[in-house]
Design a protein around this ligand. Structure first.
Ligand SMILES: Cc1cc2nc3c(=O)[nH]c(=O)nc-3n(C[C@H](O)[C@H](O)[C@H](O)COP(=O)(O)O)c2cc1C
Length: 184
């Protein structure tokens, strides 16, 4: 190896080691972010994005189940309308996870009745996410972007909500580009 090449190797080697040992160095967010992905998906659209998050950040998955499965599209619509006009708030079957080990919690959901599904809202209420960074992703037919974010902000006054992602059938957004833009 000539001397110039050797010097190049040392410089690359040095910064390579720095990058591995310094959690603040750019480009290593996925190595050092300790993340969980909390999500619900009835028909699989949100699940696909949850799996991308899991793969990119090596995140632990928490699927939040409703007390009783919603069934097909028509049955879900009828039940959600009934729940919206009823007195009892729908609840999750899944108990809140222990989030103390995570610094970042992703929350993914399909927009229902222009907002976060009520049983998932109840899960978020029960979970202790104070002081966490919360990164949310919503999938929808055609509306509910701002309403969902407003609901999350109201539910999580003590969390830092960043990098909100919304995609809809009407205006699909690029989940890979969103993931690329997330910094530690
Ligand atoms: C009960 C129910 C209510 C829905 N309400 C809305 C809505 O208000 N606005 C909207 O844009 N899409 C609505 N959708 C469509 C879903 O948000 C959309 O299809 C979503 O991407 C499905 O995600 P999933 O496959 O992860 O369940 C609704 C779907 C269901 C089943």
């Amino acid at each position: 190896m000539d001397r110039r090449k050797a010097a190049g190797f040392h410089v690359c080697g040095f910064y390579g080691i720095m990058a591995l040992t310094n959690p603040g160095s750019p480009g290593n967010a996925e190595v050092y972010m300790k993340a969980a992905v909390v999500y619900y998906s009835r028909s699989g659209v949100t699940k696909k994005i949850a799996e991308k998050v899991q793969a990119k950040f090596n995140a632990d998955m928490v699927f939040v189940e409703p007390e009783k499965a919603y069934g097909n599209f028509a049955a879900s619509i009828i039940r959600v309308i009934r729940e919206k006009t009823g007195k009892k708030n729908p609840a999750p079957k899944t108990p809140p996870a222990d989030f103390s080990v995570y610094d970042t919690v992703f929350i993914g959901f399909p927009v229902w009745a222009a907002t976060v599904p009520d049983f998932l809202q109840e899960y978020i209420r029960r979970a202790d996410l104070a002081g966490k960074r919360v990164i949310s992703f919503a999938t929808a037919g055609n509306n509910g972007r701002d309403e969902s974010l407003a609901a999350l902000k109201a539910l999580l006054p003590d969390s830092e909500i960043t990098d909100y992602f919304y995609t809809s059938m009407k205006e699909p957004a690029d989940a890979d580009a969103w993931l690329e833009g997330i910094r530690e």
